[in-house]
Design a protein around this ligand. Sequence first.
Ligand code: HEM
Length: 177
Amino acid sequence: MSETVISILVMLHVIGVAIWLGGQIVTAACVIPALRAVGDRTLWLNALEGFTKRFGRVGIAAMVVIVITGGAMVDPRLDQAENFGPDIYDARWGYIFVIKMALWAVMIALIGLHQFVFGPRQLELARESAAADEDTPELKRVRRLTIVLSISGLLMTLLVAGAGAFLGNHNFSMWPA
Ligand code: HEM
């Protein structure tokens, strides 16, 4: 694969990362606080549900682009790493890549629990208690969980991005381990 093609893959990979990471930060720092300030529970719950559905789709599309472009770059980079020996761990690149994939798997698990399990459950409980305009203990518990999952998911995303940066810097990664 030519370095021109790899440059295009890196560009698409990093654009996917920008949407995935940037979307999480904008949601936590801008969207959620703005919606909470609306006051009318039913109104902000409807807006929150509409937003999270759309952001969920954009996030999944970004991760699909990240995985396809990242996956396409693995083979040509492994060929390069083999200059340091037949074993993936003969070059620093191998270690960094395996650490990145492990971090990625934990990130996907945390964000998946937030997006598909506790996030929808929190919306459901918030709707049930909207009429009473009071948070039930169960809603408070689930909200704490979704907040912990989204913060740890964001921290893991930053760690994966960091591992990616070390991976992409060949003056560091393409070096005997
Ligand atoms: C299954 C998922 C992923 C795979 C297979 C993958 C694979 C790769 C590969 C092979 C490279 C090129 C490294 C090189 O040039 O030697 C790369 C670069 C990079 N990846 Fe990933 N990646 C994945 C997910 C992610 C995620 C989730 C992030 C961030 C949140 C990320 C951030 C980066 C960054 C910042 C670079 C460096 C780009 C550069 O060279 O400037 N990657 N990735």
